[in-house]
Design a protein around this ligand. Structure first.
Ligand SMILES: [Zn+2]
Length: 418
């Protein structure tokens, strides 16, 4: 590494750390023990105002789309630009880095773009409501911009805090949400998109690698198995005469672990919700409901695990004299990243000289929605112990500075090629 490169990384590290520091202050969170900000609350508005000031100082124009997604660009609308960014809303009990680190790293890329005299055409997006903390809908801003939602669906969305509609809140905040389809023009101008985000797992942390290049974002299926057994007296009913719904749920949970491991290719399966009816200590459970969350970057593997676990639950219930029924909540296919963007990031990461790895993203990101229209990539930076969605979340500005260097280098190569 040259002295110049060392100085540049140090400068970027300092500026990213300072921005994170500002946005962790009391003006930018409505909770004192955690970061909590979401669409249309004053703390979220203050966050966008801070970003607007910083981008205007770099000569960028700042706009909001019809629902409040933040956009800053150094070219006129209608001109091709390369997109970078993430989101700056938080989990209700969140940390300072999820999403926000990607936005302030995008800001740092814009600073470097100017300092190095590159003047690449850039557009930064900070998507509204990625976490769903305000309205219970994940990826809301990016689904709106990508047109992956309907008028009917939007009209149904209500705030968690006061049950008023999303449209009412957006109007009160000064937006024109009925024009939401006009948001798509911000994607129309993109020649490509790279999101920088903390990993939210512990793969990079454990391997002591500062950079991850995302190959694909996992798809997932969410659903529920409802099990019908028979509620009986827990003392008077001999073991062999029971139709215990809890036992079907227990067997199915263990089988899900086995199936996910057997499927390999990064497939994971989780039973996160489990309720028993009537749920009393002295009654054999007559009913159970268990959630299924199966994810992976290999759609075929996810489909096989889903098919086999549902068949297992049905067999297990029948074998005990009950029945099990599966109902899907949502299915989202995996999102592979664009190979030319991934190649450009790979070459840039090699030039930067630090260890990195290609890896899937287990968590969902706004980039899934952008990918419906444009070539996309993602760069991960580690978070300590893999902790995220918690006030204990920590990431290192020096890793984000590396991500900025790699991303800007890759954009230069991609634009030069176009
Ligand atoms: Zn996030």
């Amino acid at each position: 590494m040259s002295d110049l490169q060392f100085d540049a990384r140090l400068r970027s590290t300092g500026r990213i750390a300072a921005d994170i520091d500002v946005l962790s202050g009391p003006r930018y969170t409505s909770a004192d023990h955690a970061i909590r900000r979401y669409a249309y609350v004053p703390e979220y508005g203050a966050t966008l105002d801070f970003l607007a000031t910083e981008f205007r100082a770099l000569g960028f124009t700042v706009e909001h789309d019809p629902v409040g997604t933040f956009v800053a660009r150094n070219r006129q609308s209608g001109t091709p630009v390369f997109g970078i960014g993430s989101h700056c809303d938080s989990n209700r009990n969140g940390g300072a880095y999820d999403g926000t680190l990607g936005v302030v790293t995008a800001l740092e890329i814009c600073r470097m773009n100017r300092e190095q005299g590159l003047d690449h055409p850039l557009q930064v997006i900070a998507f509204l409501e990625e976490e769903g903390s305000g309205f219970g809908q994940m990826l809301l801003g990016s689904r709106i911009m990508a047109g992956l939602i309907s008028d009917d669906e939007l009209a149904q969305i209500r705030a968690i805090d006061d049950e008023r509609t999303f449209f009412e809140h957006a109007r009160d905040a000064g937006y024109a949400p009925e024009d939401w389809r006009a948001s798509g023009r911000f994607l129309d101008d993109l020649v490509g998109w790279i999101e920088i985000h903390i990993e939210q797992g512990r793969v990079l942390h454990d391997a002591d690698e500062p950079i991850g290049l995302v190959t694909a974002i996992a798809g997932y299926e969410h659903g529920d198995v409802t099990i019908e057994g028979r509620a009986d007296h827990a003392g008077a009913t001999p073991m062999r005469m029971r139709v215990d719904a809890a036992l079907v749920a227990a067997e199915t949970t263990v089988e899900l672990e086995r199936l996910a491991i057997a499927a390999g290719r990064g497939t994971v399966g989780t039973v996160g919700e489990l309720t028993l009816e009537p749920g009393w200590i002295n009654v054999v459970p007559g009913g159970a409901r268990m959630s299924l969350d199966v994810r992976g970057t290999d759609d075929e593997a996810v489909a096989v695990v889903m098919r086999d676990i549902v068949a297992f639950a049905e067999r297990s219930a029948l074998g005990r004299g009950g029945q099990a029924v599966y109902r899907r909540r949502v299915h989202v296919p995996a999102t592979p990243m664009d190979t030319s963007i991934l190649d450009a990031l790979h070459a840039a990461a090699e030039r930067c000289g630090e260890p990195f790895r290609a890896m899937p993203s287990g968590a969902a990101h706004d980039t899934m929605c952008v990918a419906a229209h444009r070539p996309t990539g993602m760069v991960f930076v580690p978070c300590d112990e893999g902790i995220s969605h918690s006030p204990l979340e920590r990431a290192h500005p020096s890793d984000a500075a590396l991500a900025a260097e790699i991303t800007l280098d890759a954009i230069g190569a991609l634009i030069g090629r176009a």
